[in-house]
Design a binder for this molecule. Structure first.
Ligand code: HEC
Ligand code: HEC
Ligand code: HEC
Ligand code: HEC
Ligand code: HEC
Length: 177
């Protein structure tokens, strides 16, 4: 075998290369899926709920505990709306909508590919707030994806953190398990 090829074939280089190729292919498939994302089944309005003082964590309860922030069920919406008059066209539209849609599949917009490991808890524990990553949701109707939430975005922030933490926070295995 020529020397150069033998160097390339060394297992310690081949394994990261194979991992990178698998991730690259997964990333392309993920982007194709995202491009065809549907619009929301019902035009839920964030801004009105936040103006009424409802906290993000009331509806996205998983953000403090689990890996997923989770989206509210119809039951959670009805905890309030079952006791409210539907005296505006928007409220009536929701009351009519759930007659035919007892469960609602909200369309995710803030998502990373499956090969990325992200969990909210350490971020919230470090004192970051929702707006730093998701934008000013209090001004949004349906939630909008933030541009450029790619690997560079994660790494740029991680590199600014305490020096003794940077090695772990920039290690491939921290975000690609
Ligand atoms: C903690 C109570 C609470 C929960 C939970 C809640 N809402 Fe509301 N919702 C409100 C209040 C208060 C208003 C404002 C009503 C008003 O202005 O008269 C409102 C307004 C609305 C409106 C009218 C919006 C408009 O444009 O005028 C719709 C539609 C609606 N909610 C749907 C939902 C859906 C869907 C969910 C679940 C994902 C939900 N709500 C969860 C309290 C709640
Ligand atoms: C009354 C319930 C409710 C409250 C309060 C609420 N949300 Fe939401 N949120 C929803 C629903 C329903 C969706 C899915 C529909 C949509 O995207 O608008 C959603 C979607 C999102 C998404 C996109 C999720 C995804 O799957 O990609 C983000 C990010 C988000 N909310 C952040 C926030 C933040 C930040 C706050 C507080 C400032 C907040 N939400 C308050 C109900 C709520
Ligand atoms: C450090 C940045 C960051 C902060 C801070 C943050 N998020 Fe997220 N959020 C993300 C990323 C990245 C995703 C995509 C996760 C995935 O797909 O694995 C996400 C996903 C979500 C989702 C949708 C999917 C799901 O079920 O996880 C919701 C809802 C959400 N975040 C709400 C919130 C709320 C509410 C807060 C504040 C309490 C918050 N986020 C704070 C980065 C952040
Ligand atoms: C705005 C800054 C910021 C952004 C953006 C950000 N992070 Fe973080 N990340 C942090 C902080 C702060 C911590 C907690 C560090 C600590 O104190 O231990 C953290 C911790 C983590 C951890 C836990 C590491 C451990 O100790 O096990 C993972 C995993 C992680 N981030 C993944 C991601 C991913 C994936 C993205 C991009 C999708 C991302 N982060 C974007 C600031 C950020
Ligand atoms: C702080 C979190 C984080 C760390 C550390 C990290 N990545 Fe990523 N990586 C991501 C995120 C988020 C994506 C998906 C978004 C994107 O495509 O940029 C990604 C995507 C990728 C992709 C898919 C191709 C692409 O760019 O879209 C490859 C290959 C990759 N990472 C390799 C690596 C390698 C090798 C390392 C270690 C040197 C590493 N990553 C470290 C967060 C991270």
């Amino acid at each position: 075998m020529p020397d150069k090829l033998r160097t390339f074939m060394r297992p310690q280089l081949l394994i990261p290369a194979a991992v990178a190729i698998v991730l690259l292919i997964s990333a392309i498939i993920f982007d194709l899926g995202r491009a065809s994302a549907r619009s929301q089944p019902f035009p839920y309005n964030h801004s009105i709920h936040i103006q009424n003082g409802i906290s993000c964590l009331y509806c996205h309860t998983g953000a403090l505990r689990g890996q997923s922030a989770t989206l509210p069920t119809v039951g959670k919406c009805q905890g309030c709306h079952a006791n409210m008059d539907s005296d505006t066209p928007e409220l009536q539209a929701w009351a009519d909508f759930i007659v035919d849609n007892p469960t609602v599949e909200w369309v995710p917009v803030a998502i990373q590919p499956d090969f990325v490991y992200f969990t909210h808890r350490p971020h919230l524990a470090a004192g970051l707030n929702c707006e730093q990553c998701h934008g000013d949701v209090s001004q949004m109707t349906t939630a909008k994806p933030q541009p450029h939430q790619d690997m560079g975005w994660c790494l740029d922030c991680h590199k600014e953190l305490a020096p003794e933490k940077v090695t772990k926070l920039t290690d491939c295995a921290t975000c690609h398990k």
